[in-house]
Write a protein that binds this ligand. Structure first.
Ligand code: IPM
Ligand code: MN
Length: 368
């Protein structure tokens, strides 16, 4: 029996409700895979901040670092000014635990729920590797003459060779391992014959952001051929990427991009896979504590109504098990989600699923 200690942060809004269902499913699957999960709950979030005035206690990150993984619901509260909780809790945890990868799979489970015409699960099956510690998110910059007519606001994008390179390497490795060495279906026969197994697309803006993405592109083209010769390299500007997501999503295998672009394109990715109700992500520190979350927000208007879709949180739980090395358990949970989506649900949207939050959790737990 393998035992794992998991930190749980339900957080704000619908966060605690969806995390509860994720844990229900994890606990249903665990004994079948010889796994035991021990949960420790933390109350970080908007309510705690409003009650105590403290965003995140200094003891939080050292405490969380003792766990191999964190399961997070959502951070964001309607009564707290935007930025305070996001920067003070979510980004602080991502940065201080050096979760330098934000891994966001985009997979369509059922064509009924794709807003694109005539698209099948075959067509929409890629992964975005978003840099998670740098770029526009570091908070570098500031105001000059704030509140006056000559006010200046500067927000700088930080791109270090070390930060970019570790992200690219993770993406190359991920692309290589993704299909267990089986070639990706989008490769041409001569590419497969030439030994290629996967494709990694760098998503950037080399035509305008000529410093930041120059560094990204140089690093990509240096380390790719040298250290990952089986991966086909591809490049797309971020604006074109959003176009291809809609027009030809089957062109993508693995995409690597900076923090801001990754944030934007993964919301679009979530929509083409069926919506925020199903989209999960992992904030990964490959050597440390990683944190898994549904990528949608706290959805205040749905809070406490048993209408929110918990499957994104359930899928985050599956990603967590995969990170912990329990690949069979992770796969079993994903398969149970697919069965539930295909056989039981009317929609993936809050309030329209044909049953409630708890019932969706029950359905997955009963088939896992
Ligand atoms: C996400 C969210 C966060 C981000 C916000 C809440 C700070 O949109 O996880 O994608 O921008 O990274
Ligand atoms: Mn986002």
């Amino acid at each position: 029996m393998k035992s794992y200690n998991i930190a749980v942060i339900g957080g704000d809004g619908t966060g605690p409700e969806v995390v509860r269902e994720a844990i229900k499913v994890l606990d249903a699957a665990a004994p079948k895979h010889g796994v035991k999960l021990n949960y420790t709950y933390f109350d970080f979030g908007g309510d705690r901040y409003l009650r105590t005035g403290e965003v995140l206690p200094d003891s939080a990150v050292p405490e969380l670092r003792k766990f191999p993984a964190v399961l997070l619901g959502a951070i964001g509260h309607p009564d707290v000014k935007p930025g305070i909780l996001e920067k003070g809790i979510l980004l602080r945890m991502r940065f201080e635990m050096e979760q330098y990868i934000n891994l966001r799979p985009v997979r369509l489970y059922d064509e009924r729920f794709c807003p694109l015409k005539d698209r099948t699960p075959e067509d929409i099956d890629f992964v975005v590797v978003r840099e998670n510690n740098e770029g526009l998110y570091t908070g570098a910059g500031g105001f000059v003459f704030k509140g006056t007519p000559h006010e200046v606001a500067i927000q700088e994008s930080v791109n270090t060779r070390r930060g970019v390179e570790r992200c690219l390497r993770y993406a190359f490795e991920y692309a290589r391992k993704r299909r267990g060495g089986q070639p990706w279906k989008g490769l041409k026969p001569d590419e497969v014959k030439g030994g290629k197994t996967a494709q990694l697309t760098l998503c950037g803006k080399t035509n305008v952001l000529t410093y930041a993405f120059d560094l990204w592109e140089r690093a990509f083209n240096e380390i790719g051929p040298r250290d990952y010769p089986t991966i086909k390299r591809d490049y797309a500007h971020v604006d074109a990427t959003t176009m291809w997501f809609v027009k030809n999503p089957e062109w993508f295998d693995v995409i690597v991009t900076d923090n801001m672009f990754g944030d934007i394109i993964t919301d679009l990715g979530a929509m083409i896979q069926g919506g925020m109700g199903i989209a999960a992500g992992g904030n990964i520190n490959p050597q440390g504590t990683s944190m898994f979350e549904p990528i949608g927000g706290s959805a205040p208007k749905y809070t406490g109504k048993n209408v929110i879709n918990p499957l994104a949180a359930v899928c985050a739980g599956a990603m967590m098990m995969d990170f912990l090395g329990e690949t069979n358990m992770a796969q079993a949970i994903e398969n149970a989600v697919i069965r539930t989506v295909r056989e039981k649900l009317k929609s993936l949207a809050a309030g329209k699923m044909g049953c409630g939050t708890k019932e969706v959790g029950d359905l997955v737990a009963s088939t896992v």
